[in-house]
Design a protein around this ligand. Sequence first.
Ligand code: PLP
Length: 426
Amino acid sequence: MIQPAPNDQPHVMKTYGRLPIALTHGQGCRAWDTEGREYLDALGGIAVNTLGHAHPRLVAALQDQVAKLIHTSNYVHIPLQQELAARLCELSGMSNAFFCNSGLEANEAALKIARKFGHDRGNTEPEIMVFERAFHGRSLATLSATANPKIHAGFGPLVGGFVRVPLNDLAAVEKALHEHPRITAIFLETIQGEGGVNPARVEFLQGLRELCDRHDKLLMLDEVQCGIGRTGKWFAHQWAGVVPDVMPLAKGLGSGVPIGAVVCGPRAATVLQPGNHGTTFGGNPLAMRAGVETLRIMTEDGLLAHAESVGAQMKAELERELGAVPGVKDIRGQGLMLGVELDRPCGALLAHACEAGLLISVTADSVIRLVPPLVMTHEEAHEVVARLAPLVRAFLQATDAPPAAAPAPSSAHTSADTSAPAKATA
Ligand SMILES: Cc1ncc(COP(=O)(O)O)c(C=O)c1O
């Protein structure tokens, strides 16, 4: 049994429930803790460590950059910003990028673009359509765009101006657009991550694109978690053949170095003008070099096709090992963004996995999420399933199934009725 470290970090604010280990170093998809125990990393720093740990080419590039220039300021030109922006535009078919430091900052910039897009058209009280089970970050605006009441709790009053509808329900979107003419943008994760690995369907994304074109709205796709090659394409929406107007990125873009970007197409790229937005650290040379080198190494090493094939293998093995196990509700996701949904809360599995030398996560209470580095080998993917499946089976045997759901009341307007769009804010 792993024991909590004796020094429980008394001066660090307790904002996280942490596993009782501390990692000291890593290599590829393996990491080691202070006691010398080895872990297979199927979490990748929560979909961040694209190239795994200590990738030799990334390490060399970052060492080179640190020795030259870590930070300047945005008072001066930063050529690496142009290099990374050009590459992101080439890969996405979009036209301009703004750089920041995290996912929530990228989303915050997107929300400001959506509002200003409205103001520029004389809409001084713009609204933004968001979705059930969405997660967009923990600043006041992005937590207000997030659907999870646990994340709202204690932080009201929330930022207003959000209209929430169910995911993958085009009729609900059309209805909300009709009822809320001040909506300027539709904002969603292409694959919801924290909400439980819930993909927006291809036809839904295509329908949203068509509606946004028809009604002069911005389509804003949060690819903070699912983007940067994780699904086997550079950006998950590319499976649907659509191009958004605004695309926030972060996590995997710097392979571990903090970075965020909001990439815009022509309809959104000039909305923010000098003085409208900025950041001290955003786009600094170290972060930009991490982004440039991450994309370069991904391209050179064919990591998109690799992620697709390793992910397909992992999903097939999960289905074979767990698909028929009572208590396993669904196995879903694409590439190396996979979720195994159980019929009961399963946060306790994190500690069991950790003891078995496996790093994973649980989202939406009951979904085991696997978002490993994209360099994970086929053998390692097999090992992940070989370690995880017995833990899941044992957990399901040792815990009680939830009580059967009560029969639905006959009224059409129950709290489970998600067909009507509702204001996100009270
Ligand atoms: C889809 C999505 N958007 C935004 C965020 C927020 O990113 P950050 O934690 O870097 O602020 C996350 C983080 O999990 C995310 O998954």
